[in-house]
Design a protein around this ligand. Structure first.
Ligand SMILES: CC(C)(COP(=O)(O)OP(=O)(O)OC[C@H]1O[C@@H](n2cnc3c(N)ncnc32)[C@H](O)[C@@H]1OP(=O)(O)O)[C@@H](O)C(=O)NCCC(=O)NCCS
Length: 151
């Protein structure tokens, strides 16, 4: 598959939405992706020889007393393309962008029960920081994980 990662464009949004809907019970609406097009890192992974979108990541930089905090807001890989390194590639590329944009720390929220995602985040250096009770609409707790982007 050998995917490459590039910034998302408007023309990718329907593919992104399709993956989002296949991945989450409470998917983001189209408008949320549309307004993310100018975020610090809205990236898609695309096949090298075909133009299939295999996955995407949305991350932003939040100003914080002169030192930005990176926030990974959404990441998903098409079900047929999982387990092949796409998620890791999207995340490491997104983290590079946040770092270059000045992020000292990066945070994200993940469902307690989401073992594949927690394992990916741990692998790239995120550590559990705290729990947010009933963060999700169905009442599940979120685990907030953080990464020291200067390390
Ligand atoms: C989480 C997700 C993005 C991972 O993407 P992926 O392309 O399948 O992940 P990769 O192939 O890059 O795997 C990287 C690491 O993630 C972990 N991982 C991935 N799939 C896993 C699984 N099914 N079980 C346990 N760990 C898993 C492993 O640590 C893996 O490293 P390894 O291959 O050396 O074992 C993907 O499963 C997904 O889209 N899930 C649905 C959406 C979602 O839950 N997003 C996160 C919201 S917080």
């Amino acid at each position: 598959m050998a995917p490459t990662v590039r910034p998302a464009e408007r023309a990718d949004l329907l593919d992104v939405l399709r993956i989002e809907r296949a991945s989450f019970a409470d998917p983001w609406p189209y408008a949320a992706f549309e307004s993310s097009l100018d975020e610090a890192a809205f990236l898609v992974a695309e096949g090298e020889t075909e133009t299939t979108v295999h996955g995407y990541l949305v991350a932003s930089l939040v100003p914080n007393h002169g030192r930005a905090i990176g926030h990974v807001r959404d990441i998903a890989v098409r079900p047929e393309s999982r387990g092949a390194g796409v998620g890791r590639l999207l995340l490491t590329t997104g983290l590079d962008r946040l770092r270059r944009g000045g992020a000292a720390t990066v945070k994200l929220e993940v469902r307690e029960s989401n073992d594949p995602a927690r394992s990916l985040y741990r692998d790239v250096g995120f550590a559990p920081a705290r729990r947010v009770p009933r963060y999700y609409d169905d009442g599940e707790d979120a685990l907030v994980m953080t990464l020291d982007a200067r390390a």
